[in-house]
Design a protein around this ligand. Structure first.
Ligand code: TXA
Ligand code: MG
Length: 347
């Protein structure tokens, strides 16, 4: 085990020690199949408060509780599982789907941001599952980044943001999905998709029939932009230090627009994030490939990492190619639009 600024960095053979920290009420970051989480005992108010402090997270933003066995959900909810909720669990757990249901009283208010509902998921990652089981308590875990930054997909990202303020990190290499889980509210009459993620809207409709989509999912920021006029309210999420501009539209028009912007900004330290399909169109620019439009899993795995890489290279502005909002594309574009603070050029 290494120690960085007082934070223990565990390898996968040292899970017991990390689990002990959690049982004792401390904070430990761990890999899941989506992104790295920052875990604490979900039932202990004091530990959960430490999560909010470490991340600088607003207190009204509720956390997801992670469990290691499907049946553990029954200890955390106040009503019997509906037929539809059971179908979701059987089909998608363990996996990148978080389900919102009426909460049991034993969950402290701080964990759910004062809401009457609780968000629960069973992650599909051997380290996460083993750790939760060893800790013996349900684990509240937001993404292990400073509030507002891109979510961490490598232990190095967690170290960048949180070493010195948390007790431990388990290094499990790069995460698979690369974006946070899908969040679906099953506490209402009709299921509502609150956050798109690794389980797609199309897959949910297949199982549930009808699914409403929260307007924020596909937002291009019209409302957010208006609100941002008041001081201190500028919307910021998944944002690197560099300014991000997202270019959306038909591929050939996006290609031309990017070329025009490269010329406009030639005096700046510019970064370019595009799909492999636009390969060969640009020269003399710091260029990173997100992956192929035909393999959106590759794109989702890469985007947060690439945004952080550009920051480490001291880039001023990042131009990003938009993709279609089907399948995983809905989650990818939801994150990219937020990373850009809704600076979107539609062509
Ligand atoms: O993939 C993930 O979900 C990762 C890994 C670590 O599991 N966790 C994660 O947590 O992304 P976080 O805290 O960054 O995002 C939790 C999301 C937020 O959008 C929050 O508002 C929503 O879940 N949420 C939590 N509880 C809720 C509730 N009771 N009702 C509605 N939304 C809720
Ligand atoms: Mg987060």
């Amino acid at each position: 085990m290494k120690v960085i600024k007082g934070t223990k960095v565990f390898n996968i053979t040292e899970l017991k020690e990390a689990a002990n920290l959690l049982t004792r009420g401390r904070l430990v970051s761990f890999p899941t199949e989506t992104v790295y989480g920052l875990g604490a005992n979900a039932l202990q108010e004091k530990s959960v408060r430490e999560i909010f402090n470490a991340k600088g997270r607003p207190a009204d933003n509720p956390l997801i509780i992670h469990i290691a066995k499907k049946e553990d959900i029954n200890n955390l909810i106040s009503k019997e599982l509906s037929v539809l909720a059971k179908k979701l669990i059987n089909k998608f757990w363990p996996g990148p789907l978080t389900i919102v249901l009426s909460k049991d009283n034993k969950i402290p208010e701080i964990t759910t941001g004062g809401l009457e509902t609780v968000a629960i998921r069973m992650p599909n990652h051997p380290i996460a599952l083993k750790l939760i089981e060893e800790a013996g308590v349900p684990i509240a875990a937001p993404s292990a980044n400073l509030s507002g930054k891109p979510s961490p997909t490598l232990a190095e990202h967690v170290i960048e943001d949180l070493a010195g303020t948390i007790d431990g990190i388990i290094d499990g290499g790069q995460t698979g999905v690369g974006l946070e889980s899908t969040v679906i509210d099953m506490s209402k009459n009709t299921p509502v998709l609150l956050r798109p993620g690794g389980v797609t809207y199309e897959e949910l409709v297949d199982v549930l029939g009808e699914v409403d989509i929260d307007p924020a999912v596909s937002s291009k920021g019209e409302n957010e932009a208006k609100r941002a006029i008041s001081p201190g309210m500028k919307y910021k999420h998944y944002a690197p230090e560099a300014e991000v501009i997202l270019i959306e539209g038909k591929s050939d028009k996006v290609k031309d627009k990017i070329e025009e912007l490269i010329n406009t900004y030639q005096d700046l330290k510019l970064g370019l994030m595009i799909t492999k399909e636009l390969r060969g169109n640009y020269s003399n620019v710091n260029l990173k490939y997100m992956g192929s439009r035909d393999n959106l899993a590759e794109v989702s795995q890469n985007i947060f990492k690439l945004l952080r890489d550009f920051d480490n290279e001291g880039v001023d502005k990042i131009l990003v190619e938009g993709i279609v909002t089907e399948g995983l594309g809905l989650a990818i574009m939801n994150r990219l639009r937020k990373s850009a603070g809704y600076q979107i050029i539609e062509v």
